[in-house]
Design a protein around this ligand. Structure first.
Ligand code: PMP
Ligand code: GLU
Length: 397
């Protein structure tokens, strides 16, 4: 069978496949510590579950408007206005089956062969593949650990060509945990305005911020910036609702309409029950995410402090999201029984086999010198898992 060329351009999501491997090993009875899954370990809040139950009981189990129910689109518009001062009409808000689906609809509506999309690197695994699936070209913009993975205007401009169509902004960032301050966002916005770029702002971790930081959406920098920005977000991370599959996009009407048309011809509406649950989540205020963040903060410090005690490993304190992104280059050159450790992928493989610790290697995020570990897991698992990592690394010759 001859498959479409585009199917051969991509790989399965590495975060999802490593998580699946870890879960399969656990199901076989192995005592694997899973630092791979990128999701809160909290349960979905009770009022959200109650809203879903009520929706089922009320028979709210049919197709809905393809772009999402009015109640949810209005709740999203109100949230964006209350928190970021952004004004969107209902027609500028599209609800999809997760932020990943929102991003995919966006890529389909915006990109074609020859278009280039600038992606600051390290980056979340699906950006590159979604661009490739839509015949366009990802252009990586390297950022550096030493300055907190900042995006500098000059470096950004050096990546631009007449074919550059868009830039992806992901603050707080998966995998680095970096956040962009106002000056960085202004720099990006200024370049986007000057070069007529679309800004794709993935704000899925906006509520997972530490040390009292407040989220700034790049779209809030001014009406001219908002007019070229698509804000992408969802309920997965803030409300521990990864399985419910509700994400959304808000932006210029023409682009949102094109995305909505694509959705109506591909997936139809997101799950009716999950939409009712998402309304309850968004209307429920910030008490739940705040409670989670207090706990994540404790675990963040625990994991980062312990990682920094391992010889050859250094780890920055992430400012947002729930990932540690340690630099493990100090271990390269050592040997395991299975072969030399020359890159993050070798080390991740070794840790899974030798220490039964599942981590995601940095390569699919754009760095062969880092591992990604989630601390959205129990303090007990963090202590045991990092101790096991240390013991395994000390065995390397
Ligand atoms: N963006 C980033 C940066 C993410 O980490 C995730 C989580 N996988 C998503 C988007 C998609 O989240 P979801 O589809 O669950 O809303
Ligand atoms: N965003 C999460 C992660 O990066 C979930 C997995 C995925 O959607 O790729 O691990």
């Amino acid at each position: 069978m001859k498959l479409a060329t585009r199917a051969g351009r991509i790989v399965p999501s590495p975060t999802l496949s490593i998580t699946a491997t870890a879960k399969a090993m656990i199901a076989q009875g192995l005592d694997v510590i899973d630092f791979a899954s990128g999701e809160p370990d909290f349960d979905t809040p009770e009022p959200v579950k109650a809203a879903a139950e009520a929706a089922i009981r009320a028979g709210f189990t049919k197709y809905t408007a393809s772009s999402g129910i009015d109640e949810l689109r209005l709740a999203i518009a109100e949230k964006l206005q209350a928190e970021q001062g952004l004004r969107y009409d209902k027609s500028q808000v599209l609800v999809s089956c997760g932020a990943k689906h929102s991003l995919y609809n966006l890529a389909e509506a915006l990109l074609e062969a020859g278009d280039e999309v600038v992606i600051p690197s390290p980056f979340w695994v699906s950006y590159q593949d979604q661009v490739l699936l839509n015949d366009a070209t990802p252009v990586l913009l390297p950022t550096h650990e030493a300055d907190g993975y900042a995006v500098h205007q000059q470096a950004l401009e050096e990546r631009l060509t007449p074919r550059t169509k868009a830039i992806i902004v992901n603050s707080p960032c998966n995998p680095t945990g970096a956040t962009y301050d106002r000056a960085i966002l202004e720099g990006i916005a200024e370049v986007a305005l000057r070069h007529d770029l679309v800004i794709i702002s993935d704000e899925i971790y906006e509520k997972i911020l530490y040390d009292g930081a407040r989220h700034i959406s790049i779209a809030s920098l001014g009406p001219d910036v908002a007019a070229r920005t698509v804000v992408v977000n969802g309920v997965s991370k803030a409300y521990a609702m990864t399985g419910w599959r509700i994400g959304y996009a808000a932006g210029p009407k023409e682009l949102i309409t094109a995305m909505a048309n694509i959705q109506s011809q591909s997936t139809s509406n997101p799950c009716s029950i999950s939409q009712k649950a998402a309304v309850a989540a968004l209307r429920g205020g910030d008490a739940f995410p705040r409670h989670m963040v207090v706990e994540f903060d404790r675990r963040r410090r625990l994991m980062v402090e312990r990682l920094n005690k391992i010889p050859g490993v250094t780890c920055r304190m992430p400012a947002g999201a729930f990932y540690a992104f340690p630099n493990v280059a100090g271990v390269f050159g050592k040997r395991a029984a299975q072969g030399p450790i020359t890159a993050a992928a070798d080390l991740a493989d070794y840790l899974l086999k030798e220490a039964l610790v599942a981590v995601v290697p940095g390569e699919p995020f754009g760095s062969a010198a880092h591992l990604r570990l989630t601390y959205a897991t129990s303090a007990e698992a963090i202590v045991r898992g990092v101790d096991r990592m240390q013991a395994a690394l000390e065995k390397l010759a």
